[in-house]
Write a protein that binds this ligand. Structure first.
Ligand SMILES: C[C@](O)(CO)[C@H](O)COP(=O)(O)OP(=O)(O)OC[C@H]1O[C@@H](n2ccc(N)nc2=O)[C@H](O)[C@@H]1O
Ligand SMILES: Nc1ncnc2c1ncn2[C@@H]1O[C@H](COP(=O)(O)OP(=O)(O)OP(=O)(O)O)[C@@H](O)[C@H]1O
Length: 305
């Protein structure tokens, strides 16, 4: 008897940057209410899932590629796969192989794990012809990570709540240098810092007024009126990060970036430029700085929506 070959689906799993990130409050369960603009970027992982029916009634998940060092119980691709079949109401008799070619550094504030989880959910939805309603999929995603609902859609977005309230913004663009210094910042540690500013005022109106105009005006508005509230915590807790950020900023500042910031809870930082020629000069300057040679450097763009 012929055994059917597994159906294989592949997708790009993008990283994100946060153009700004304010904390406006804290929920009773300890999660923080935030306001942020999330942008998907052209740096990302390549992910595939192969699905085969399985005569046993159990879900069998195998992994290959670059994530196998992460214990299965915490690998967000495995957790996403289990959550999908637990809610899809199509039985558990499947053998799934998840393959990831990883480019996005871990614990960088670039959302790599959340993006992988969202990509697994999207590919399984596609394979099984959308057994889960979009709202329920987003709710399942949120249980895996605060950034997962954002990655279930394709556009840059204004994000509120703990990550679930998503308003797409069209037309944001920019050329990016992303630098990940040789240290990592665990997200829970950064959020639990007693000195974190948790009462930023509402920026929604200012941001959306500008977003309706030019990209350059939006960036100028963000530069003048916003920050990444987690950046001060990282600077205080990791003197080496502050030193690396200082060197990075000096290298790129003369090339007129629209924004220089940390992404998410760090440790990656980025500089955003309007033109590719400014970007190439900035990349050359950072690559030449002896102090920055132990980190990872990426040249990419905000993904067009
Ligand atoms: C800071 C951001 O990177 C912004 O993009 C994200 O909101 C973090 O998202 P994430 O890594 O997917 O976060 P999760 O895995 O859900 O949460 C990790 C930990 O960060 C803290 N956390 C996260 C998100 C949030 N809105 N409030 C929080 O307090 C919680 O302590 C949580 O236990
Ligand atoms: N598929 C995955 N890819 C990367 N990390 C994963 C994955 N699954 C679980 N993890 C674990 O989650 C931790 C943080 O993952 P990730 O790289 O997404 O964090 P982050 O850069 O802090 O993201 P965020 O911007 O969401 O804060 C990693 O150190 C790793 O142990």
């Amino acid at each position: 008897m012929n055994v059917p070959s597994p159906a294989k689906l592949s997708a790009f799993s993008p990283a994100k940057i946060n153009l700004f990130l304010h904390i406006t409050g804290r929920r009773a369960d300890g999660y923080h209410l935030l306001q942020s603009i999330f942008c998907p970027i052209t740096l990302g992982d390549q992910l595939s899932v192969s699905v085969q029916t399985n005569s046993s009634r159990e879900l069998v998940i195998q992994r290959s590629g670059d994530l196998v060092h992460i214990p299965e119980q915490i690998d967000l691709t495995v957790r996403a796969c289990k959550a999908f079949y637990a809610h899809a109401n199509i039985g558990m008799g499947y053998a799934v192989t998840i393959h990831v070619d990883k480019q996005v550094p871990e614990q960088a504030g670039l959302g790599g794990g959340s993006s992988n989880a969202a990509t697994v959910l999207r590919l399984l939805q596609q394979h099984h012809q959308n057994p889960i309603e979009p709202e329920q999929l987003a709710a399942i995603g949120l249980t895996l990570g605060a950034d997962v609902p954002f990655f279930l859609q394709d556009s840059s977005a204004f994000v509120e709540g703990i990550g679930e309230a998503i308003t797409p913004i069209q037309g944001i663009s920019g050329h990016l240098i992303v630098y990940k210094p040789p240290l990592s910042c665990p997200t829970p540690k950064i959020f639990s810092d007693p000195q974190l500013t948790r009462n930023s005022s509402d920026v929604k109106i200012a941001v959306f007024d500008s977003a309706r105009r030019m990209n350059s005006e939006l960036m100028a508005c963000l530069q003048a009126n916003t920050q990444n509230a987690l950046q001060a915590v990282v600077s205080r807790n990791y003197p080496e990060w502050e030193q690396q950020f200082g060197v990075f900023s000096n290298c790129v500042a003369k090339l007129n970036p629209q924004l220089i910031r940390m992404s998410g809870s760090g440790s990656a930082m980025f500089a955003l430029f309007a033109s590719p020629s400014q970007l190439s000069t900035a990349v050359a300057a950072v690559a030449d700085a002896p102090e920055l040679q132990r980190g990872q450097l990426f040249e990419c763009k905000i993904k067009p929506s």
